[in-house]
Design a protein around this ligand. Structure first.
Ligand SMILES: Cc1ncc(COP(=O)(O)O)c(C=O)c1O
Length: 456
């Protein structure tokens, strides 16, 4: 197993939580069991995979009792903190009362949670009707289905470098060669240019580029579709793609073109929603646009297998066109967890914290950029930040191997972060939104040391 080196240059804030002694199977046994009995498609991070056995708020512990700061929130999922006491209390109460009933019967949780969801949408948007699912992929499937039924068109536009999930339709939307199986069909999906200024495919610069990437959508519709489309789907900030943050006008231009050709606009808020971008509750609000459908998962339930495809009533009505059934979507336990998470986000100023601590962390990362030539770009909003590493700032050659090494060096010092981007050269920093300024400083200090080491 990778050694854990004490390093006087960084100091992990010590949690007051004491993890229970671990008495389960060893890490090696667990690894062997996974290798023998589980799909080899389940990837792990690190040269020597890490085993996590307990979590409390922004921290997790391995089987030896070693504490880590979870800078990736279980891939952007744990929004208000691991095992947040208020969330756990409501989930435990619900599990003890009624674990499952399908939506063929009434239950208060789904109804009350549906109303609470609607209350969190922008006023006057008409967005109010939820279809609860078990994952983000499934939410995107449902949203695309509704858009196709509503418009009676088949063609869907998605953004290159985006990620929308692992089911067949979601994979088709995803425009990363790495994530596509050669055998998966992507009929009726066309991909448009992202607002990725650091790697502008046209070699232009903002703002003199006149946001050409957004205008490209019109050409794709004219040349590659029958001229009418079902919808456009885009992440307000691309997550897996590496915190790619478009120019402010990008979505306004795209939405206008899409609507001109009869399409609906879907905002995939699976990573950006629930206050993560700090300034706004929803990622799309940063761009002054109002989507027709909003898909959610991950942070929605602080770890629950929960997603949602939310839209206006007239679009939601399309689900009545056929019988459509979902055994687990909307189950009382997920609903209790989603409701409790939303209550905590509201009560504990989680969004404000994402804005304040995220702003501080971004500032620290920008300072690192000044001192470390390997840092090509720092981007993102709130607690959804990305650092793109390059071997050379002029050629922008992706520093993929160094990025993997930075992850290892951070882990040795007690920090877990993610990576993404087509070349695996973007550090992804998306911790639980309850982190403190001290945690943020620890992250920046760790990265400072790691950047120095990989640049030697
Ligand atoms: C933006 C986005 N959409 C959809 C998904 C798919 O969600 P899930 O893994 O819950 O199916 C993800 C997962 O990472 C995502 O990042």
């Amino acid at each position: 197993m990778a050694g854990t080196k004490p390093d006087s240059r960084v100091s992990l804030p010590v949690s007051s939580h004491k993890p229970a002694p671990y008495d389960g199977p060893s890490r090696d046994e667990v690894l062997a069991l996974r290798q023998e009995y589980l799909s080899p498609g389940l990837l792990t991070y690190y040269k020597s995979p890490l085993m996590i056995v307990e979590g409390k708020m922004q921290y997790v512990w391995d089987e030896t009792g070693r504490q880590y700061l979870d800078g990736f929130a279980g891939i952007v999922t744990v929004s208000v903190g691991h095992c947040h006491p208020k969330v756990i209390e409501q989930v435990q109460a619900q599990v003890g009362r009624l674990q499952h009933t399908t939506t063929i019967y009434l239950n208060p949780n789904i109804a009350q949670y549906g109303r609470k969801m609607a209350e969190h949408m922008p006023e006057g948007s008409g967005l109010k009707v939820s279809y609860f699912t078990n994952s983000g992929s499934e939410a995107n499937e449902i949203a695309i289905l509704m858009a196709r039924e509503f418009t009676k068109n088949a063609d869907v536009l998605a953004v290159r470098n985006g990620y929308h999930g692992g089911t067949q339709a979601a994979m088709a939307l995803t425009a990363h060669g790495n994530w596509k199986f050669k055998s998966s069909p992507s009929a009726n999906v066309k991909h448009v240019t992202p607002g990725y200024c650091y790697r502008c495919p046209y070699g232009l610069e903002y703002p003199s580029c006149d946001v050409k990437c957004a205008h490209d959508v019109e050409d794709v519709i004219r040349y590659e579709t029958p001229g009418e489309i079902a919808c456009f789907i885009g992440e307000p900030i691309q997550g897996v793609g590496g915190a790619v943050t478009p120019p402010p006008e990008y979505f306004g231009i795209v939405y206008e073109i899409v609507r001109k050709y009869g399409g609906l606009c879907i905002a995939d808020e699976v990573q950006t929603g629930f206050g993560r971008t700090g300034a706004h509750f929803w990622g799309f609000e940063n761009w002054n646009v109002t989507p027709d459908l909003v898909t959610m998962a991950k942070g929605i339930g602080n770890g629950a297998a929960l997603g949602n495809a939310l839209t206006r009533p007239e679009i939601a009505a399309m689900m009545k066109n056929r019988v459509h059934f979902n055994t687990y979507g909307g189950n009382p336990v997920s609903m209790a967890q989603g409701m409790a998470t939303l209550e905590v986000i509201d009560a504990e100023n989680i969004q404000q914290n994402a804005r304040d601590v995220g702003g501080h962390l971004k500032q620290r990362l920008l300072e690192l950029q000044e001192r470390h030539p390997i840092v090509g770009d720092v981007r993102g909003m709130g607690l959804m930040l990305g650092v793109e590493l390059v071997t050379d700032r002029t050629s922008k050659k992706p520093a993929s191997a160094q990025t993997a090494e930075v992850l290892e060096l951070c882990r040795e010092r007690g920090l877990l972060i993610g990576k993404g981007g087509l070349f695996g050269n973007v550090l992804r920093i998306k911790p639980p939104m309850c982190i403190t300024r001290d945690d943020a400083d620890f992250m920046a200090d760790c990265l400072d040391v790691a950047f120095g080491e990989v640049s030697k």
